[in-house]
Ligand binder design. Structure first.
Ligand SMILES: [Ca+2]
Ligand SMILES: [Ca+2]
Length: 274
């Protein structure tokens, strides 16, 4: 799928055309390829990722970090299969991600296997992303807009919440951390925190994010059956007591982790279903 693929098909077809016709076709093809490459820089890489589905809940969700509402078992559960910064054997640990919605909230659930529960940050808008941390980014439309909402919370429930502006001025990104929305979050864990003398089991995080939070900048694509937004779910996994080394896993592939995880063209789509 995509323009570059179409371009290749045309190229093979022109091999059988008379020379003159082929030349015209080639000019057309190279123009098409240039456009496709330009779009790949900023547009969503759709077609590479399957759409993630978030089911509607008619049950009340108690935000307690427990996967005990029956509706959580009926919605899609997808593992974060794209790993980055893997340097040691235990850096690649499993995360399962789920999402629900109703008229008031988006609900998230992260189940994370973790042999070494590790956390330091306690401040709001600090650096929870250097700890064991669950993250979600939302673009409130099915597009790779230059603006996304972000929530990053570690095992201490310390939140770095922000609105991220890609290429704000002179090509530089800006993170507006003064955005401090209300939401509910709870975690559970099975193990010992910041104690690497034993092997831990893991932790969970459950969140309820009011949809009204997304009205901060203006009108948004309203959530109803069939709505698409662009999202990225991320897990940071820190296993060392000292230093800032951590591994990263994502719901959709981002390829170039050296840039960061805030590349809107690497997000994928969520579909809100009944
Ligand atoms: Ca904030
Ligand atoms: Ca860890």
């Amino acid at each position: 799928m995509g323009k570059s693929h179409d371009g290749k098909s045309k190229l093979s077809l022109t091999m059988y055309h008379p020379h003159k016709c082929a030349l015209v076709s080639l000019v057309f093809i190279f123009t098409g390829v240039a456009v496709a490459v330009g779009q790949n820089v900023q547009k969503l890489s759709l077609g590479e990722q399957s759409i993630f589905e978030a089911s509607k809940t008619n049950q009340k969700i108690v935000v307690d970090g427990k996967l005990n509402e029956e509706v959580w078992q009926r919605t899609e559960a997808r593992t974060l299969d794209y790993f980055y910064r893997i340097e040691q054997q235990d850096d690649e640990q499993k995360t399962t991600f789920r999402m629900l919605w109703d008229e008031q909230n988006i609900y998230l659930f992260y189940q994370m296997e973790d042999k070494f529960l590790t956390v330091r940050e306690t401040r709001r808008d600090g650096e929870p992303y250097l700890d064991d941390c669950a993250e979600i980014f939302f673009i409130t439309a099915p597009d790779s807009l230059d603006t996304h909402f972000g929530y990053e919370l570690n095992l201490n429930k310390a939140s770095n919440d922000f609105i991220y502006f890609n290429r704000y001025y002179k090509g530089k990104d800006v993170v507006y951390k003064t955005f401090n929305p209300e939401f509910k979050v709870e975690i559970t864990y099975d193990g010992t925190i910041n104690d690497n003398s034993d092997i831990d089991k893991g932790w969970t995080m459950e969140m309820a994010i009011p949809i009204s939070n997304f009205g901060e900048l203006g009108e948004i694509e309203p959530i109803q059956k069939g709505t698409h937004w662009a999202i990225l779910a991320v897990r940071q996994d820190r296993n060392d007591l000292n230093g800032n080394r951590r591994s990263t896993s994502t719901l959709f592939p981002i390829y170039d982790i050296s840039k960061n995880v805030h590349q809107a063209n690497r997000f994928g789509l969520v579909e809100f279903i009944e």
